[in-house]
Design a protein around this ligand. Structure first.
Ligand code: B12
Length: 211
């Protein structure tokens, strides 16, 4: 079995130490590009546990250990994603909206934006609209990036945009949104400036906005 398949299986089974060791081996010994380790190893494992959860073959504890295996392995890739020789691009405030604790995808977006030369203020998870407002006032970013994975929290995304509007900030920042239950239709509905389905496309969009 090749190392990427092993990484996927270790993540799926929540074998944290094994997932980390295989990720390190893929990086150092096999010199597999970090993006490939992410897409063909780590994300494949999480997708598998997500599917098992959908058909009740896995439960919240399994999601949690798989999430931890993913996060700890992702930390090993962080230096490669964040290393940047790009010129400074601008500032982004990013966070997962209120009611939602998923942060793996948001962290990948943040790392890649940083790698592309953006200064990133990551507020974390379960962030109420008022905290986003405060952060935009404080850091004056060109871009606000909102993540949501759990469908009911899309409402909080819409509320965050409304809060930007009522605080007179909506015209001062471009808002990009993403996460599994988000699509272009939802983006149009809540009048965000853009939607991207994954981190590389998020980076592309943000770069285009600031070009
Ligand atoms: C791991 C996991 C968890 C972990 C999260 C750990 C962590 N630190 O993140 C834990 C155990 C905490 C968890 C909890 C729950 N989860 Co969960 N979870 C998952 C799982 C398996 C993986 C998510 C993930 O990290 N994916 C990998 C990353 C890389 O993908 P991603 O997040 O989509 O990100 C990419 C893009 O979406 C995009 N992107 C993401 N954010 C942003 C932001 C911007 C601005 C842009 C442009 C792009 C972008 O770029 C990313 C990278 O390319 C998914 C299933 C799945 N297949 O996704 C379920 C899933 C999301 N969870 C689900 C559920 C139901 C729950 C719970 C309600 C379970 C429960 N009964 O308690 C709770 C909700 C808690 C809450 N209030 O938020 C459902 C959601 C269903 C729905 N439609 O709402 C899913 C889909 C599982 C399923 N098949 O049913 N979960």
């Amino acid at each position: 079995m090749d190392t990427l398949t092993k990484i996927a299986q270790f993540v799926e089974k929540g074998q944290i130490q094994e997932a980390k060791e295989a990720t390190q081996k893929a990086l150092d010994v096999e010199k597999i590009p970090p993006m490939e380790i992410l897409n063909k190893g780590l994300i494949v494992g999480l997708a598998a546990v997500g599917e098992a959860f959908s058909c009740q073959k896995a439960f919240v504890p399994e999601l949690m250990t798989a999430g931890m295996a993913m996060k700890e392995s992702l930390e090993l890739l962080r230096p490669s994603f964040e290393a940047s020789d790009s010129p400074p691009m601008g500032t982004v405030v990013i966070g997962t909206v209120e009611g939602d604790v998923h942060d793996v995808g948001k962290n990948i977006v943040a790392m890649m934006l940083q790698g592309a030369g953006f200064k990133v203020h990551d507020l974390g998870i379960d962030i109420p609209a008022a905290k986003f407002v405060e952060a935009v006032k404080q850091h004056q970013p060109e871009i606000l990036a909102l993540s949501a994975l759990y469908t009911p929290t899309r409402l909080a995304m819409a509320e965050t945009l409304k809060a930007m509007e009522s605080n007179g900030l909506r015209t001062k920042v471009k808002v990009i949104i993403g996460g599994a239950p988000i699509d272009q239709n939802f983006c149009n509905l809540i009048k965000a400036d853009g939607y991207a389905p994954d981190a590389p496309q998020a980076v592309q969009m943000c770069k285009k906005w600031l070009a």
